[in-house]
Ligand binder design. Structure first.
Ligand code: ADE
Ligand code: ZN
Length: 332
């Protein structure tokens, strides 16, 4: 089989649009920070951690993901977490990245938003200075908490908004409809934030429709369940609403049994603006290039498909028009 598609992605400058920074917490850093901050975890060794990472569904993952995030306490911890991911970006040719973080996961443990953002910003500024890394931040609201909590989080973040580009919605999808967050998203939008939301990861296509209707988001995170609704696929292709798809995540959370069944290339060929992303790479077995590699091995990525996926990562981003054009011109 030709490797031209994968090799194109390896060489090309790329963007990543769906990564939770807390999901890039590798087991070695997790154990070190737990020890440093005296956080008791049910793991002693790296082997304990990796063998615990066997998930049945989204909720069983979220339980360990929130437990893991509890080792992040001081400014230096947030700096180190961000710095490690940005070094990974440099190694993988991810020239632009839009990074989600979950403030409520930290503030509910008494860690301030200032501490979180100060650590992140120190790493981001260093990467911008050292290798011109481009980074935007997405503040994600946890949909399993009440909307009053989301509004409080946004209000607390208001003085720091120059560091944040977009608002997002994540955590447990089923039982937490988007309409619950209508007010928060309207407020965020009136303050100039762009809007994204997870939808159609586990729950069906109707949740994607509802999310677009209730929150007027510009991008859907995951969205793979749209494949069950051919009219929705046509409408997503026509409106060019990007879907930030995460192949390895969907396997590890049992959305699909095997990557051979994953609909990403079918959606791409139907004209939907899909992108490849890593979601929570420390939990799901790989960063961005590993997702491309797994997709290529299972379905064979043609050079045309590879080029379109990488182009989508820039055209679906929140970069200003001129910066998008500069990157896209490098991909002709
Ligand atoms: N938070 C971190 N990863 C997530 C995912 N895949 N779905 C929903 N919430 C998340
Ligand atoms: Zn996600």
């Amino acid at each position: 089989m030709s490797k031209a598609g994968f090799e194109f992605v390896e060489r090309a400058p790329k963007a990543e649009l769906h990564i939770h920074i807390e999901g890039s917490l590798e087991p070695d850093l997790l154990l070190r920070l737990a020890e440093k901050n005296s956080v008791v975890l049910p793991y002693k060794t790296l082997q304990d951690v990796t063998s615990a990472y066997q998930f049945q569904d989204l909720q069983s993952f979220l339980d360990l993901y929130y437990l893991g995030a509890s080792v992040l306490v001081d400014e230096g911890d947030f700096y180190e977490l961000m710095w490690r991911y940005l070094c990974r970006c440099r190694n993988e040719g991810i020239v632009h990245t839009e990074i989600m973080f979950d403030p409520q996961t930290h503030t509910r443990r008494g860690v301030s938003l200032e501490t979180v953002l100060s650590g992140f910003s120190r790493a981001i500024v260093k990467a911008e200075q050292e290798w011109q890394q481009s980074v935007l931040l997405i503040l994600c609201l946890l949909r399993d908490l009440p909307e009053s909590d989301a509004i409080q989080t946004l209000t607390d973040a208001r003085p720091l908004l120059q560091q944040i580009t977009a608002v997002g919605l994540d955590s447990a999808e089923i039982g937490n409809p988007p309409a619950k967050f209508r007010k928060s998203f309207e407020m965020a939008s009136s303050w100039g934030l762009r809007k994204v939301a997870h939808a159609g990861e586990e729950a069906g296509p109707e949740l994607i429709r509802e999310t677009l209707r209730a929150l007027a988001v510009e991008r859907i995170d995951h969205g793979v369940q749209c494949i069950k609704d051919p009219d929705l696929v046509i409408s997503l292709a026509e409106t060019k609403i990007p879907l930030t798809v995460c192949p390895l995540s969907n396997i590890r959370l049992k959305v699909y049994d095997r990557l051979e069944q994953h609909p990403i290339l079918q959606l791409l060929d139907a004209g939907v603006r899909v992108t490849v992303n890593s979601d929570d790479p420390a939990y799901f077995g790989g960063y961005l290039m590993e997702n491309f590699r797994a997709l290529d091995r299972s379905q064979g990525l043609t050079e045309i498909q590879a080029r379109q996926l990488v182009r989508n990562s820039f055209s679906g981003s929140f970069l200003p028009h001129n910066r998008k054009t500069q990157y896209l011109d490098q991909l002709r």
